[in-house]
Design a protein around this ligand. Structure first.
Ligand code: FAD
Length: 397
């Protein structure tokens, strides 16, 4: 370890989506860039994303797909470096990719195609990357230079970029460093919470729904803030699937969510019509035409599932339709940061420039990516925020 400080123009902490994008752009401008990471490999979250295929952006991106105390903050960055700019880079590298539902773009082969592309771009512009590097102290000296002490020596830089992400998946090297640095330099940090995360269930619901593990149902999941129409997935731990992950980012402990297991269907009308034509069939037999068979007794109870249609009063039919289409469930909690895809909250946007991501309190200090209080929906939105915010900082650092 050398005791002599290493001088660079730009020091970036975090060698993943936002940090690498910023490094590439700064490197293109001829800046001498060093990226530090305490992990033993860059871009671990990129590699594990999208089930290993990285949902790297979405064809349809707007500020409405993001949660923030300042919903306007992300607009500038998202419009300056758009999904089409990132797609152009992916196409330049001839990375095979495809579009899935709701505009989500994935690699055909592997998320490593995206990471390899970013690392190749870094190499082109001579970005230096130091791994296994622990940051122990950061100071801004009297001369206005940042001095960063690490396990691999001291780095001095005119610009310091914090791209250390949020708290989700500690096993993948997530750490609170970014929030600590923000607080150290006088920034407000909004409380953090796990987002895009499965729900755990109350003991009685867990027991009742345990046998449904593995079943996915196209549903509409809502609360008083928002509604998502995607699959829900029953798991042995609770409830997951895209619609559940989405609503988890809008959920507060103690609140209920409402699930419509048959979105768009007039179930009450259907039950009444079939009662008139097939009075003898059991409720579960009819419902098995539109729902997974095992789900029916679990939600309605075995007694109701076995009732023949002729035995149902109109009031009971209404109640059954409501149970399946307005199913109120109060989650016990979430699986927390252990499995969350993102971290809600973080560095207050109102103290950053929306154009450059520079701190309005400390010149030369920048926050980009997930550490900022901008959290995207499921569907490639979080990576697009990392690319866009990283790109913006990269133009000026
Ligand atoms: C399982 C999973 C799947 C996901 N899939 C998708 C998807 O398909 N599409 C999508 O848009 N989003 C997805 N996300 C979210 C997305 O990965 C993140 O929003 C994105 O990676 C954020 O980028 P970032 O660069 O800000 O932070 P990160 O990617 O988290 O990178 C932060 C970097 O900082 C480093 N670091 C942290 N602390 C320190 C420290 N103390 N010292 C030095 N270095 C440090 C970390 O090692 C890491 O390399 C997924 C997340 C998870 C967990």
């Amino acid at each position: 370890m050398s005791l002599k400080p290493v001088n660079v123009n730009v020091l970036i902490i975090g060698a993943s989506a936002a940090g690498l994008m910023c490094a590439i752009e700064a490197g293109k401008r001829g800046r001498q860039v060093m990226v530090l990471d305490h992990a033993n490999k860059p871009g671990k979250k990129i590699l594990m994303s999208g089930g290993g295929r990285c949902n790297f952006t979405n064809t349809d991106i707007s500020a409405d797909n993001y949660i923030s105390r300042n919903p306007h903050f992300c607009k500038s960055a998202l419009s300056r470096f758009t999904q089409w700019d990132f797609i152009a880079l992916v196409n330049e590298y001839r990375i095979p990719c495809h579009e899935r539902d709701l505009g989500k773009l994935f690699c055909d082969n592997s998320a490593s195609d995206i990471l390899d592309m970013l690392l190749a771009e870094c190499k082109k512009v001579k970005v230096a990357i130091r791994l296994d590097c622990e940051v122990t102290n950061i100071e801004k000296t009297a001369t206005g230079v940042f001095s960063t002490d690490t396990s691999q020596g001291i780095f001095q830089s005119a610009s310091l970029v914090i791209a250390s992400g949020g708290l989700s998946i500690p096993k993948m090297c997530a750490s609170p460093l970014g929030y600590k640095v923000a607080k150290q330099f006088g920034h407000r940090v909004w409380p953090t919470a796990a987002g895009l995360v499965p729900f755990t269930l109350q003991p009685q619901d867990k027991e009742r729904l345990a046998e449904l593990s593995g079943i996915a149902v196209a549903s509409s999941v809502s609360n008083e803030h928002i509604q998502f129409n995607e699959n829900i997935l029953f798991t042995h731990r609770g409830l997951s699937g895209p619609a559940v992950l989405q609503i988890s980012s809008y959920w507060q402990p103690g609140e209920a969510i409402t699930i419509d297991l048959l979105p768009g269907l007039d179930l009450e009308g259907l039950l009444k019509t079939r009662q008139a034509t097939q009075a003898n069939i059991k409720l579960k037999t009819l419902l098995a035409e539109v729902l997974p068979r095992r789900l029916i007794p679990a939600v309605l109870g075995q007694e109701a599932a076995d009732v023949p249609l002729q035995a149902l009063s109109h009031a009971r039919i209404r109640k059954i339709a409501r149970q399946l289409q307005h199913w109120e469930l109060k989650p016990n909690g979430t699986e927390g940061y252990r499995t969350a895809e993102v971290t809600l909250g973080g560095v207050d946007c109102n103290e950053l420039s929306s154009r450059t991501m520079e701190s309005e309190k400390v010149a030369g200090l920048y926050f980009i990516g997930e550490v900022v209080d901008v959290t995207g929906w499921l569907g490639g939105y979080n990576f697009q925020w990392a690319w866009s915010s990283g790109w913006c900082a990269g133009q000026v650092v």
